[in-house]
Design a protein. Structure first.
Length: 613
């Protein structure tokens, strides 16, 4: 749009597009009336620039908004003076360009940048906790946005890897092969590269290298791949075993079973508020190892991802597919918010790489603070849950089919898991019998668990379940089993210790430190030290417990101290007139004292002390 003004800067042009936005009549527009169409927040600025341009006979160039009852538009306006032969301004000629789209895009970009920064911080925290080597690359230049220490360890020694560097800058020696591969992933293709050799001077290396399985997956925004998720799982031991297998074909099952057990540790890491017991039991020797697996991943403080899965097929291939899917679940947990979403992404991953015709998986996200479990299943058997004071029951899952059937959307359920609850995740080898229906097998399992009574520990329940499954004979299918028990105390963050004599001093020191932090004086600290020492000693020596919990808090001027156990608790002894040696002394020190049964089994000693002031 072009406009003209007279020498004094008064508008003399019709400007219909302007009037269509502002609603001004021609009479209202002419002269300096056009300023009335400028947005109120911009009017003084525009008027000042226009006045300065007219007085100084210089170029007028300003971006501003015009507005009407229904519409606001951004304009880029420029006007220049036209001089006669004497250098006097005859008129002004200008042009107007609508830049609303650009301006709105800039504002949207700023909003998205703020959101992206928040997401980046969250992503960095989750990636740092991943057990695999993980990196997030961004854009066509494949710039490093996020990576963890395990990924940084893959970079040649003495070289620094920084956020913002491109792959070509960080790893020039592999750029010729890596860049085309990453470009392919940005076109929407998931790429798997197994057993890539990384030269590392390390005693664990094999032939001077450590080997990794790499998965490159596109990160998609609005249907467009904008980055690449790189997940590297070390496979050095797999390489060693595979080459040994090529020399000893007759030992296939033994090597496959070793691989399976190496990928599935005998114990999971200790997690605050959660105790676990796991088992992998291979099938009879002439059947061959399968692809059963379990996993537990700390997502953040107070939340744990629990996984159980079964890959169809037998032998080394099934075990290898299992390891890839286990890594994929961990990787997608980095960015997916729910079990259903993780399953959806793993389903796509599984189909694109043609990993297996049939895979069943159940994923649960346990919030230990809220005592809630979100669980989704792809054709897997329902978890068994035992709540304090209730009969065991199976979680009613939506019934979605296994991976590999084309389903990419999954549903999930949420259930309560109060303190002292136990959750059992298992594969079909635990219950399958050819002469029984699935419903009958599940019911027999539930009845067997109920008849055993409240489990004192995950290990005890695991042994009960395995005894039920095997009945003294070899199983016809592999069994993967994970028993998870939430701590039987109301505070999910109470200090948990093994019920051994050496833990008493740690319990005492923890209680004393916390008591001092709450402002207690020397006399009260001494009383708490003795009280916790006596209560913890009784739990360790007389309760036949596996764990004790120590909690110290304050409320309304009262210091509350609890010592809990998961055994049979403090009961009267023949050689002591009280409930336990030393406890009568504690009752004389505390303002309040009681011993109560914990619903999940065990007892809790509750002591109250008056805080000073």
């Amino acid at each position: 749009m072009v406009f003209r003004t007279d020498a004094e800067g008064r508008l003399s042009t019709d400007m219909p597009d302007w009037r269509a936005v502002t609603g001004q009549t021609l009479e209202q527009l002419l002269g300096l009336g056009w300023l009335d169409g400028v947005h109120p927040d911009d009017r003084d600025r525009v008027a000042g620039h226009w006045d300065a341009a007219v007085r100084g006979q210089v170029l007028f160039s300003v971006e501003y908004r015009i507005h009407g009852a229904q519409l606001t538009r951004w304009l880029d306006v420029r006007a220049a003076p036209v001089l006669d032969e004497r250098g006097t301004v005859e008129e002004w000629i200008g042009r107007v360009i609508d830049v609303t789209s650009r301006r709105e895009a800039e504002l949207e970009h700023e909003r998205l940048q703020a959101a992206l920064e928040f997401e980046r911080r969250t992503l960095e925290q989750v990636v740092a906790q991943a057990s695999a080597a993980v990196a997030v690359l961004w854009g066509p230049e494949h710039e490093y946005r996020v990576f963890n220490e395990r990924y940084a360890d893959l970079v040649p020694a003495g070289r620094e890897l920084r956020r913002g560097m491109t792959v070509a800058q960080a790893l020039p020696e592999v750029a010729q092969t890596a860049i085309p591969l990453l470009d392919e992933v940005l076109r929407g293709v998931v790429v798997q590269r197994n057993e890539l050799a990384i030269p590392i001077d390390d005693p664990r290396s094999y032939r001077g290298n450590r080997y990794y399985d790499f998965t490159y997956s596109p990160l998609v925004d609005s249907g467009v791949a904008v980055g690449v998720l790189v997940v590297a799982t070390e496979s050095t031991e797999t390489v060693r075993r595979r080459e040994s297998l090529e020399r000893q074909l007759s030992a296939e099952r033994g090597v496959a079973e070793q691989l399976q057990r190496a990928l599935l540790p005998d114990r999971l890491p200790e997690l605050d508020g959660l105790r676990t017991s796991v088992e992998y039991l291979p099938a009879m020797a002439d059947v061959g190892v399968g692809g059963d697996w379990y996993d537990a991943v700390r997502v953040d403080v107070g939340r744990v991802l629990l996984v159980i899965g079964d890959v169809g097929g037998r032998g080394l291939e099934a075990a290898t597919v299992m390891s890839q899917l286990r890594s994929a679940v961990r990787a997608y947990a980095v960015e997916a918010a729910s079990p259903a979403e993780i399953l959806s992404r793993v389903a796509t991953y599984c189909e694109r790489l043609d990993l297996s015709d049939l895979v069943t998986v159940a994923i649960g996200l346990l919030d230990l603070e809220k005592r809630r479990l979100s669980v989704a299943s792809a054709g897997h058997l329902p978890p068994l849950v035992m709540r304090p004071g209730q009969q065991p029951e199976f979680i009613d899952l939506p019934g979605d089919p296994p991976l590999g059937t084309g389903r990419r959307r999954f549903r999930q359920r949420e259930v309560d898991l109060p303190a002292g609850s136990t959750l059992v995740l298992y594969t079909d080898g635990l219950i399958e019998e050819r002469d029984r229906s699935l419903a009958d097998s599940l019911e027999q399992l539930r009845v067997a668990v109920a008849a055993d009574g409240p489990p004192r520990s995950p290990d005890a329940l695991r042994q009960t379940l395995l005894a039920h499954a095997t009945a003294g004979r070899a199983t016809s299918d592999d069994v993967a089993l994970m028993v998870c028990a939430t701590d039987p105390v109301s505070d999910p963050f109470a200090l948990r210790l093994r019920a051994v004599p050496s833990s008493v001093s740690q319990a005492r020191a923890t209680a004393v430190r916390r008591t001092r932090e709450l402002g207690a004086g020397p006399d009260l600290v001494a009383a708490v030290r003795l009280a916790v020492s006596e209560a913890a000693t009784n739990a360790v020596l007389h309760a036949a417990a596996e764990h004790v919990w120590i909690g110290v808090g304050s409320d309304d001027g009262l210091l509350s101290v609890t010592v809990s156990d998961d055994g049979h608790g403090m009961r009267p002894r023949a050689d002591s007139p009280g409930v336990g040696l030393g406890l009568p002394i504690v009752t004389s020190l505390a303002e309040s004292f009681e011993i109560v049964d914990v619903p999940a089994g065990g007892t809790e000693v509750r002591m109250g002390f008056r805080l000073p002031g």
